[in-house]
Structure formats: structure tokens, C-alpha cells
Design a protein around this ligand. Structure first.
Ligand code: FFO
Ligand code: ATP
Length: 302
């Protein structure tokens, strides 16, 4: 895998040759709230002598350049991974889809979860398939004569292009219709004319989020499709969980082997939310301390 990322590393090295500092906190999940720590402009000493307004505009320019370099770097990685995904052998993809979904269905953290947010996979986007997992959740839950209540399932609905996405409750795949991007999503009103429950307004928390993305690394960095929908939603949900004294949900991304890149390749901005773990065909890859605990024992979520 390492050598296939030499291309990305070279491009990144060129783009970042005037380099900006990318912070690496002890556990990066906290990073989403630390804008001032990371975007520390590296101004030359002479700038301190500038009049106040000029110094401020110099700061903005340095920050803008810093962010611009990061967004360019993210675009380069997205293009490379999309190309790799398009050239992936369909038989291998199908094998990896099965392996990932079987790992999820067998995991204690999945079996024990009572509520979750998951994405409706889109094959045209070459996303890891979630259909088997969703089907499992939505089918009748009676097993071995034991009746347990069905997991509450929330799926994304894009509300506008301003990074705004809601997670709405669904009871079946019939609740979904294709949006303008050809991704299946729920209508805001159900068949009975009632508003679908928005996870942000629910009385009970979700324990788990199954996340899509284009590239991931083993330190928890996640690169999405560039809309900012997930990062925005995740930071709002984490804030809600804190306010309500709920346990933070486990953030688990699903990744084909080709989507896992070397550490340090994916750049981060202060709004990027780090994941707890990855599920890849090679297995569950725990990243955060809580995910490591879960993988070393049979600890359940609920
Ligand atoms: N299945 C699924 N549902 C999801 C997401 C997702 O990533 N996957 N989202 C996660 O945010 C939100 C929708 N965001 C999306 C953002 C971009 C594209 C997309 O088609 N992007 C093209 C490039 C388009 C362009 O550059 O103009 C692509 O990635 O090839 C799709 C969904 C909510 N629902
Ligand atoms: N919490 C947030 N609040 C406001 N804007 C945000 C937030 N998170 C991300 N954004 C903005 O969204 C845009 C895209 O960000 P980025 O490239 O990190 O998205 P991504 O991780 O690829 O997408 P996604 O989060 O949908 O998977 C950026 O302009 C970023 O500043």
C-alpha cells in the first residue's frame, strides 16, 4: 500500500513546500474546537511593527494561504482515491463489501447499540455498501425466541448546500427517495403525514455513527467529499451529547483497503472531526482510547 501513495506524497510535498503547521493533539478528537491553536499564523517578526490594520490583513492572508493549501491538498487526495476506487476490480469490491458488513454485524458494539446513524450507500460513488447492515436493522428483530426492540435508525438528508444535513428516522427502505445527487434519502414527512424524527430533537441518544468518506488514516483523520456536511453534523451532535450528559457516540468509518492512506497524508483543519475506529476488510481498526477498550474486551455500547 505504501508505494501506491508515493504519488500523493510527492504532490503534497510540492503543494506544502511553503508549509503551514498542522497540529497533532494527544487525541485529536478534541481538535474540532481548537481553531486558534492550529491556525497560528507564522508571521515574520517585522509584521509586529506594522500598523494594527496592516498586521490584521497580513494575518488573514497567511491564514487564507494556509487553508487554501490544505483544501488543494484535500482535492488532490480525493481525485487520487476516486480514481483508485473506479479502477477497483468489481469482484474485489464485492468481497470487501461483504467482509466489512459481516464484521459490523458480528461486532459486540453493533449488536448492543440501540440507536445509530448510518449512510445509505451509493454504488455510483463507489461507497462501501451498507445495504446488508441496513436490511438487518430494519427487519423484524425477533431472534431465538427473544424479543428485543429494533435499533432506532437515522439516515442523512441534505437540507441545503450550506453544509446542512439532518439525520432522520426511518422504518424501512420504502421511506427513501432519490435526491438530486441520486442518493436515496428520506422525505421530511412520513406516509402518515407526520414529521420524521430528527436525531437532534430525539429524547434518546444514538450510540453509534457509521460514516462514509473518501480517505482515512490510522490516526483518525477522515477525508469526506468536500461538502462539510458530516463534519458540521458531527460537531453539533457531539455538542448536544455534552449538553445532555450523554455518552459520546462511537464514530466508525467504513473503508475499502485502497482508502486507507499513510499517516500524515490527509491534512486537517480545525473543523475536521476525528473518527474513533475504522472497519476495513482487514478488520476493526481501533483508534481512540474508547475504541481500543472496545476491541480489547467485549464491552458493549448500551
Ligand atoms: N451515501 C451518502 N450519503 C450522503 C453523503 C455521502 O457522502 N454519502 N453525504 C456526505 O457529505 C451527504 C451528501 N453529500 C454529498 C456530497 C458530494 C456528493 C458527490 O456526488 N460528489 C461528487 C463530486 C461532485 C462535484 O465535485 O461537483 C463526487 O464525490 O464524486 C454526494 C453527496 C449526505 N448524504
Ligand atoms: N463544523 C463546521 N462548521 C462550519 N463549516 C464547516 C464545519 N465543518 C466543515 N465545514 C466547512 O465545510 C467545507 C468542507 O470541509 P472539508 O473539506 O473538511 O469537508 P469533508 O470532510 O471533505 O466533507 P464531509 O464533512 O461532508 O465529509 C469547508 O469549507 C469547511 O470549512
Amino acid at each position: 500500500m505504501g508505494s501506491s501513495y508515493k504519488g500523493i506524497r510527492k504532490l503534497v510535498a510540492v503543494i506544502m513546500s511553503h508549509q503551514c503547521t498542522i497540529a497533532r493533539p494527544a487525541f485529536p478528537r478534541a481538535l474540532s474546537c481548537t481553531r486558534s491553536l492550529i491556525l497560528r499564523p507564522q508571521l515574520p517578526p517585522s509584521s509586529y511593527a506594522l500598523p494594527r490594520s496592516s498586521a490584521a490583513s497580513a494575518t488573514m492572508t497567511t491564514q487564507d494561504n494556509h487553508l487554501e493549501a490544505i483544501f488543494t491538498q484535500k482535492r488532490v487526495i480525493r481525485s487520487k482515491i476516486k480514481k483508485d476506487l473506479r479502477s477497483m476490480d468489481p469482484a474485489l469490491r464485492s468481497h470487501e463489501d461483504d467482509a466489512i458488513q459481516n464484521l459490523i454485524l458480528e461486532a459486540p458494539w453493533f449488536k448492543s447499540c440501540k440507536g445509530l446513524c448510518a449512510y445509505i450507500s451509493c454504488s455510483a460513488l463507489r461507497e462501501v455498501d451498507t445495504s446488508k447492515v441496513l436490511q438487518h436493522i430494519l427487519q423484524n428483530p425477533t431472534k431465538d425466541g427473544e424479543t428485543q426492540s429494533r435499533k432506532r435508525l437515522y439516515v442523512p438528508r441534505v437540507e441545503d448546500k450550506n453544509c446542512h444535513m439532518r439525520m432522520l428516522n426511518i422504518c424501512g427502505m420504502d421511506d427513501l427517495i432519490a435526491n438530486s445527487m441520486n442518493i436515496l434519502e428520506p422525505a421530511p414527512i412520513d406516509a402518515n403525514g407526520n414529521d420524521r424524527e430528527d436525531v437532534m430533537l430525539a429524547n434518546e441518544p444514538v450510540d453509534l455513527l457509521l460514516l462514509p468518506g473518501l480517505a482515512f488514516d490510522k490516526t483518525g483523520r477522515r477525508l469526506g467529499r468536500g461538502g462539510g456536511y458530516y463534519d458540521t453534523f458531527l460537531s453539533k451532535y457531539q455538542e448536544l451529547a455534552t449538553q445532555r450528559n450523554w455518552k459520546q457516540p462511537l464514530l466508525i468509518a467504513l473503508s475499502y483497503s485502497v482508502q486507507i492512506v499513510e499517516e500524515g497524508v490527509i491534512p486537517v483543519t480545525p473543523t475536521d472531526v476525528f473518527i474513533d475506529a475504522l472497519v476495513s476488510p482487514l478488520g476493526f481498526i481501533p483508534i481512540s482510547p474508547v475504541a481500543q477498550q472496545i476491541s480489547h474486551s467485549d464491552i458493549t455500547l448500551a
